[in-house]
Design a protein around this ligand. Structure first.
Ligand SMILES: [Zn+2]
Length: 88
């Protein structure tokens, strides 16, 4: 693993510049979609890839591990599609 340094971090995928921002992640666990939002990250200005600190990564792991005990912020419905919907 690389240690942090003073130079600007670049995206591993496209070498775009990373900027601090807030993002969300979606996970599919045990046949259920779980969304984590308000995640601070370094976000690539070119491709949108998000990079998380060790602390935020740990928080995400803990949310997923404790998701059945935690009260979610809210529930959202998720649209589901299939190729037959666009069959001519
Ligand atoms: Zn990128």
């Amino acid at each position: 693993m690389q240690s942090s340094n003073e130079t600007k971090d670049l995206c591993d995928f496209c070498s775009g510049e990373l900027h601090p921002g807030i993002t969300e992640l979606e996970f599919h666990v045990e046949s259920q979609w779980v969304i984590c939002e308000n995640l601070p990250a370094q976000i690539c200005g070119q491709c949108g890839e998000a990079y998380f600190s060790a602390q935020v990564s740990h928080q995400i792991d803990e949310i997923l591990a404790r998701r059945k005990q935690l009260q979610p912020l809210r529930y959202e419905t998720v649209p589901v599609f299939s190729p037959e919907l666009i069959a001519a």
